[in-house]
Design a protein around this ligand. Structure first.
Ligand code: NAP
Length: 282
């Protein structure tokens, strides 16, 4: 079989996905390719015609990124429970003749996070708080995966209505969720209870490499793990500040690889070796 894969988004200039998926094809000994499909936010016709190519079998499957993760949903036949709960799709495939949307960002984040956390931090996830900074698309996937695996989660965003909307989307986890103001005093009042801080904003991403979403001058909690979804640069200011404060920390390259590997498994049924994928983008 020849696996024709690709990514829909706009812009796509710096996408690492082709390198990751081509390494996956190579290391699994499969034939195929991974192409970039630039689709302008207003170009619904092109979006529809790419999905028709998946339906016809010409394309095996597609990844979806900004700005189409939500607007592909009405064009699909079915969503997996994860994609439905998050309200966003990053992987499209055919299942039992139905054009189906899944979201591998959520399990990808959790799988990478679990590699770093101590057994004790993981065990205490329902007593300590995780703080998610940001309330955009990636924050929803992170928020869902944490709440769904038992964490108490609080979200902070510069637009409080967005943080409130995010919580309202998950009434099932209501008793374990909260939101706080994106203000040093509000964050400070919570720091002693935090065991995990996740940056799900784009703050710190290249070329804005000297910025951090963590408030200036505010000490980090003593025992928290800091996970920055941003992976460009590999060492963000938040990551470096956390390390300098003696905290364990990671940036988002592992999540990027993990979500890609999970999409690849859905499309091909093969499990690509994670080391080979990481090596392809280092
Ligand atoms: P998005 O939907 O555009 O959301 C971005 C969020 O960041 C919004 O809440 C936005 O707030 C907030 N934000 C932007 N600038 C800010 C600032 N100066 N101060 C405070 N908040 C700010 O983007 P996304 O898809 O969620 O992606 C967010 C980041 O995660 C990106 O850097 C992306 O590369 C990264 N990401 C990584 C992975 C991975 O696999 N590692 C996967 C997905 C995303 P407003 O709405 O107020 O602008």
């Amino acid at each position: 079989m020849n696996f024709q894969l690709g990514l829909i988004g706009y812009p796509l200039g710096h996408s690492l996905s082709p390198k990751i998926h081509k390494a996956a094809l190579r290391s699994c000994g499969l034939e195929g390719d991974y192409s970039l499909f630039l689709v302008h936010p207003e170009n619904h016709q092109r979006l529809k015609s790419l999905l028709a190519r998946v339906r016809s079998g010409e394309l095996t499957g597609l990844n979806v990124t900004i700005p189409h993760k939500q607007n592909v949903i009405p064009l699909l036949d079915e969503l997996t429970p994860t994609a439905k709960a998050i309200g966003a799709v990053n992987t499209i495939f055919i299942q039992k003749d139905k054009l189906t949307g899944d979201n591998t960002d959520a399990p990808g984040f959790l799988a990478d996070l679990r590699r770093f956390l101590t057994a004790e931090t993981w065990r205490n996830r329902n007593t300590n708080w995780a703080l998610v900074i940001g309330a955009g698309g990636a924050a929803r996937a992170v928020f869902y995966s944490l709440a769904n695996s038992g964490w108490k989660v609080t979200v902070t965003a510069r637009c409080p209505e967005q943080a409130q909307d995010l919580i309202a989307q998950f009434p099932i986890f209501d008793d374990r969720l909260s939101n706080i103001k994106y203000h040093p005093n509000a964050i400070c009042s919570l720091t002693s209870d935090l065991s995990l801080i996740v940056n799900a904003t784009s703050v710190g991403m290249s070329p804005d490499i000297h910025s951090s979403p963590w408030p200036d001058g505010l000490a980090f909690p003593e025992n928290a793990f800091v996970y920055d979804l941003v992976y460009n640069p590999r060492k963000t200011k938040l990551f470096k500040d956390a390390c300098n404060a003696g905290l364990p920390a990671a940036t988002g390259l592992g999540m990027l690889v993990e979500q890609a590997a999970l999409s690849f498994e859905i499309w091909t049924g093969h499990t690509p070796p994670r080391d080979a994928l990481i090596a392809a983008v280092h």
